[in-house]
Design a protein around this ligand. Structure first.
Ligand code: PLP
Length: 401
């Protein structure tokens, strides 16, 4: 009898973690490597949040189990956040806190998918979505987008992808990996289609909500289309905007029966998310927010630097995204050329492997995100390192024969 369960063969390890590990190994071996693979801010958690955590530890509030779905203080702060920032009304019973947005998304899929249920995932997508759907027993149904459309789904493409088996759409704006964010009118076109299909639930992954540039205005689907409120799970977290990836807190608001089922699953798996992180998150949501604008000014400068430098690299084309901290250039113009090692570049995986070997720059190939040949750069890294990495990418592309 095989050791591992059969359904495990449906999934694969995260490609983003794999490239980060490879870059780390090269660095440990003494190579000069610039890692642009990791999807987390280079900034440290703000001091007021750290202090709130220390206070929680010292006062004993972090020592014990908490309610599985989160401490009342954090749920109250989340209710206020949804009202303040998204004009969404949720009661505390409609809120769940989990160990990262990742667990919240996973819980929701696990408690809702029956075999054969389809989940629409617009491509390019965050690498974990299809694997989570598969693990939960559902079928990912990829909805293609085009680079010319800024990687945003056309309403006709969405309409065409919906079937009687469609249970969810996972909607992510601003997007990992492209940084694409839907404007109010682009989102309205999508929610209009969804409103016509009452069997489709909407999982809105708003993780990068605060990371938008050039006066972009963010809207969440249930905010823009009240007809979707009852069947939308609005997912968010403190990882990205509050520089708290290591603290592992994500949350969601949605229909009470769904939230209850997710909490039941969590009660039988991880129980409550770490108490200290929950108290830190109360401070994140309720404390000063001014550092977000400061970080965004830096992120915007880095985005503009990357877009400009990558568009000067031979064979690359890099659209300018509205948000997150990623750019997603096409490397179609490098395919068929020969790298300094003598290897012909046939895929985007070859491109990133040769780039890492030749120039010590770690990026992630596009294919696992559902769109290639392309690659993802995370610009959440020091500006000098980013400029140097872009110079090396230009040199690498220029040296291809
Ligand atoms: C689009 C998207 N959603 C969700 C997550 C999960 O974030 P966390 O589990 O840290 O809250 C990430 C993290 O990379 C992400 O990029």
């Amino acid at each position: 009898m095989a050791l591992l369960k059969d359904s495990l063969s449906r999934i694969k390890p995260s490609a983003t973690i794999a490239v980060t590990d490879k870059a780390r190994a090269l660095k440990a071996a003494g190579r000069d490597v610039i890692g642009l693979g990791a999807g987390e801010p280079d900034f440290d958690t703000p001091d007021n949040i750290k202090k709130a955590a220390i206070k929680a530890i010292e006062s004993g509030k972090a020592s014990k189990y908490t309610a599985v779905d989160g401490i009342p203080e954090l749920k109250a702060a989340i209710v206020k956040k949804f009202k303040r920032e998204n004009k969404l009304d949720y009661k505390p019973g409609q809120i769940i806190v989990g160990t990262g947005g990742k667990q919240v998304l996973f819980n929701a899929l696990m408690v809702t998918l029956n075999p054969g249920d389809e989940v629409l995932i617009p491509a390019p997508f965050w690498v974990s979505y299809p694997d989570m759907v598969l693990l939960a027993g559902g079928e990912p149904a990829i909805v293609p987008t085009r680079m010319e459309d800024g990687f945003k789904m056309r309403p006709e493409a969405l309409e065409k992808a919906i079937t009687p088996r469609t249970k969810w759409i996972i909607f992510n704006s601003p997007s990992n990996p492209t940084g694409a964010a839907y404007t109010k009118s682009e989102l309205k076109a999508v929610t209009e289609v969804l409103a016509r299909h009452p069997q489709v639930w909407v999982m809105s992954d708003d993780m990068y909500e605060h990371l938008v540039y050039d006066d972009f205005e963010f809207f969440s689907p249930a905010q823009l289309e009240p007809r979707l409120y009852e069947r939308t799970l609005t997912v968010n977290g403190v990882s990205k905007a509050y520089c708290m990836t290591g603290w592992r807190i994500g949350y969601a608001g949605g229909r009470e029966d769904l939230i209850k089922a997710m909490a039941m699953l969590q009660s039988q798996s991880t129980s409550n998310p770490a108490a200290v992180s929950q108290w830190a998150s109360v401070e994140a949501l309720e404390g000063p927010q001014d550092f977000i604008a400061k970080h965004n000014a830096i992120f915007k400068e880095r985005r503009d630097l990357c877009v400009s430098m990558l568009n000067q690299a031979r064979g690359l084309h890099c659209p300018k995204p509205e948000g997150a901290f990623y750019v997603y250039p096409s490397c179609a113009g490098a395919i068929g050329r020969t790298a300094p090692s003598g290897k012909t570049i046939e895929t985007d995986e070859d491109f990133v492997t040769e780039l890492l070997e030749a120039e010590g720059v770690a990026v992630v190939q596009g294919t696992p995100f559902g769109f290639g040949p392309a690659f993802r750069i995370s610009y959440a890294t020091k500006t000098e390192d980013l400029a140097e990495a872009c110079r090396r990418i230009q040199r690498f592309c220029g040296n291809l024969k």
